[in-house]
Unconditional design. Structure first.
Length: 409
């Protein structure tokens, strides 16, 4: 494909991805009330638990005696008292049923008939009084739009990822596509798992721990600090911590990637487990929104378990690769040893006397020059005699011949 065709394909995939985002955002906008209610539910749970824990207990009810007005009079013999007994019992039972109904409607509890109970006004309220607050006239609309956009991206993310893969996957090799098929879904599922852990467990417990230090400040049983949040700050907090937990749950894939590219060997990752676990605990303490040990443990324990899972997965996936690497190293060592042995054999064949090479200036047998003097290349005759011409000089000494001597042809 030419560059123009690639650009046309890219534009087509971008348009399809944007249409998917638009459809996902529209669907989330239709059900925005249910989505916002689901996001605010952890706050409601934390607030309900906090108020029920810090509620002021009602005063003990006074004990009733038979002499109290409205009590059942003692039975006395005589025909005059017989008609008054059923009427007094009916009135007493009606009063008890009315009080019991009021108490059950206020507290949700049950009281045995005839037992003394406190007035309904002294019972703690069932519903929490604190609420999320809008910081401005447009806060509600802006938060709903942002919430629909974010949730729309999450809903449409499979469609968007498919469009990206349809454009990029064509240029990848088969083994690269295999890695994408494995690591892509695993990364998505781990991110969803981290977000669910934060939403269903860490967020309610964390909010309760954040609000608990100031919830017990009261005067005459009335709290002085209202544990209410701004809606925009609450939603920003939830979105940020969901992202943090989702990224933190990518630990197994990070361990496998580091081991696969050879950045850190698997043996080093196993030996340094104590140091890495300490670092994970510190990171969990920093990114957890609360200072209580429960929330920090809820973040640190999954990180440690995911790290161990990553080590096991790296060992399993890299076992075949390590075998191939060990076989290649053994073959390389064997080849090097064969080359060294061939080189030594060649050296021995070139120097059969076992000493120095022939080019060292000495005879192979170690004897002296057979001429008894210097070597033949020293510039003198082998026998030590003079020049045969009788001049005593070397014919090639460089002197010119006489002028009257004609050159020999």
């Amino acid at each position: 494909m030419s560059l123009g065709e690639h650009l046309v394909e890219l534009r087509h995939r971008i348009i399809l991805a944007l249409l998917g985002l638009l459809v996902g955002t529209a669907l989330c906008g239709i059900f925005y009330q249910e989505l916002l209610t689901a996001l605010l539910r952890p706050y409601y749970q934390a607030l309900t638990s906090l108020e029920s824990r810090n509620a002021t207990p009602p005063p003990p009810p006074p004990s009733e005696s038979p002499s109290k007005p409205g009590a059942l009079p003692p039975a006395t013999p005589g025909p005059e008292a017989a008609p008054a007994v059923p009427k007094a019992v009916e009135e007493r039972l009606a009063a008890l049923e009315a009080r019991l109904a009021r108490l059950e409607g206020a507290t949700g509890g049950s009281t045995a008939p005839g037992a003394a109970t406190a007035p309904a006004s002294d019972a703690p309220a069932k519903e929490p009084q604190s609420r999320l607050i809008l910081s401005g006239p447009m806060t509600g609309y802006i938060m709903i739009i942002l919430m629909c956009l974010i949730t729309g991206v999450i809903v449409a993310s499979p469609w968007v990822i498919y469009q990206i893969w349809a454009f990029v996957g064509v240029g990848l090799h088969p083994h690269e596509r295999k890695h994408v098929y494995i690591y892509g879904p695993a990364s998505f599922l781990l991110f969803i798992g981290g977000g669910c852990l934060f939403y269903f467990y860490v967020l309610p417990k964390g909010l309760e721990a954040l609000m608990s230090p100031t919830a017990g400040i009261k005067i005459n049983g009335h709290p002085l600090i209202d544990p209410s949040f701004m809606l925009d700050e609450y939603l920003y907090f939830v979105a940020l911590m969901t992202l943090v937990f989702g990224i933190a749950f990518q630990t197994p894939l990070v361990v496998m990637f580091i081991e696969r590219i050879g950045l850190v060997p698997l043996k080093t990752l196993v030996k340094q487990q104590r140091l890495i676990i300490l670092i994970m605990v510190v990171i969990a303490a920093l990114i957890t929104p609360t200072v209580d040990p429960v929330s920090m443990t809820a973040m640190a324990v999954p990180l440690i378990l995911l790290y161990e899972i990553g080590l096991i997965a790296a060992w399993v996936t890299g076992r075949k690769r390590r075998k191939l690497k060990a076989a290649e190293e053994a073959a390389e060592k064997a080849r090097q040893a064969a080359e060294d042995a061939a080189f030594e054999a060649r050296q021995r064949s070139e120097n059969p006397y076992g000493g120095e090479s022939l080019g060292s200036g000495e005879n192979p047998g170690g004897s002296e020059n057979p001429y008894g003097g210097e070597s033949p290349g020293s510039g003198e005759n082998p026998g030590g005699s003079e020049n045969p011409g009788g001049s005593g000089e070397n014919p090639g000494s460089g002197e010119n011949p006489p002028d009257d001597v004609e050159p020999m042809h």
